[in-house]
Design a protein around this ligand. Structure first.
Ligand SMILES: NC(=O)c1ccc[n+]([C@@H]2O[C@H](COP(=O)([O-])OP(=O)(O)OC[C@H]3O[C@@H](n4cnc5c(N)ncnc54)[C@H](OP(=O)(O)O)[C@@H]3O)[C@@H](O)[C@H]2O)c1
Length: 295
């Protein structure tokens, strides 16, 4: 079993991934920045990053550290670069410095985003077009990862958050529907996310198989955020009185422009890993255990 460093382990995905990798039998070092974890480091700082890697000497790094607030990335591009791009350049530099005789001692799994697409989907990996600074900084991180032994996964996810104070898209919908809050859900925004638990199980396979290159990793098929909301309500027996279908262009403008079609075609990942990904409807159904059981 591998020794894995999960950077950004204190975030939404990391709070589920660390226990999932441990349950799969891996030795896991968890990293955080402002929240407590086994390892603390500012990954925008080369010395702190190198010192943490010298201490832990992992076989594999799964990098989740990021500035995920898309509007903040737009208003603070320096921070987007520092938290999304520079950490990967630092991880890759340490990996290059520590590969023996050209043989890589460590593999990097870089979690990227479906927001690197901005045209009509479903998108193949070559379809890249960036709509905002977040997407640009994540794409630059992919290029930093390409210089070392790495797997880049362009994904999106939903499910019950295990990190206090951080809500996922499905958490936002479930809370709103339970409270009967008025919420507009978009008919024209399409995506192919996976349930967090499915993504974590797939990541446990990826750290073993270490497929090289860039892959989309999403559900087999996509749907609109509006259809997602209504299917989620049906799966969890929640009232839909507060939900209203709308179009993204009619909503108040946000600082960063969002793509409307982020659907990914994950057949390259399926073929490479020899598996079949679930449909989005199946993934929504799988949330019953997340939301209908006590935390
Ligand atoms: N959330 C989504 O819907 C979504 C969709 C597609 C792709 N992704 C990608 O998936 C990955 C995980 O996303 P997430 O939602 O789990 O992220 P998140 O909840 O926003 O967590 C971000 C993580 O980055 C760490 N971090 C922030 N600044 C740092 C710094 N200077 N040095 C080191 N670490 C720092 C945070 O640590 P502290 O909290 O301890 O400061 C936290 O662990 C990201 O790469 C994101 O781009 C996310």
């Amino acid at each position: 079993m591998a020794s894995i460093l999960v950077t950004g382990a204190t975030g939404l995905l990391g709070s589920s991934l660390v226990p999932a990798l441990r349950a799969a039998g891996h030795v896991v070092h968890s990293h955080g920045h402002s929240h407590a974890a086994e390892q603390q480091a500012d990954l925008g700082d080369w010395r702190q990053t190198a010192a943490m890697l010298d201490r832990t000497r992992p076989d594999c790094i799964v990098n989740l550290a990021a500035l995920t607030n898309v509007d903040l990335c737009e208003s603070e591009p320096q921070q987007a670069y520092r938290l999304n791009t520079l950490p990967v350049a630092h991880l890759a530099r340490w990996m290059r410095d520590n590969s023996a005789g050209g043989v890589p001692a460590c593999h990097l799994v870089q979690i990227s985003t479906d927001m690197v697409y901005d045209s009509a989907g479903p998108h193949a990996e070559g379809d890249v077009r960036v709509a905002n600074t977040y997407a640009f900084s994540k794409l630059a991180a992919e290029h930093a990862a390409a210089g070392v032994s790495s797997t880049v996964l362009r994904t999106n996810f939903f499910g019950r958050s295990r990190r206090a104070g951080r809500v996922s898209f499905s958490d936002w919908l479930v809370q709103g529907m339970r409270e009967g809050r008025a919420m507009t859900v978009f008919d024209d925004v399409l995506f192919t996310p996976l349930a967090i638990d499915t993504l974590c199980a797939l990541l446990a396979q990826v750290v073993q198989a270490r497929p090289a290159g860039v892959y989309n990793l999403g559900a087999r098929d996509g749907m609109s955020k509006a259809d997602f909301a209504y299917l989620l309500a049906a799966a969890l027996d929640l009232p839909t009185a507060g939900l209203q279908r709308g179009r993204s262009a009619d909503a108040p403008a946000l600082r960063a422009r969002r793509p409307t079609d982020m659907r990914t075609d994950s057949s390259l990942f399926e073929h490479t890993m020899g598996l079949r990904l679930p449909t989005l409807a199946e993934q929504i159904q799988s949330l019953r255990s997340d939301y209908l059981e006590p935390a």
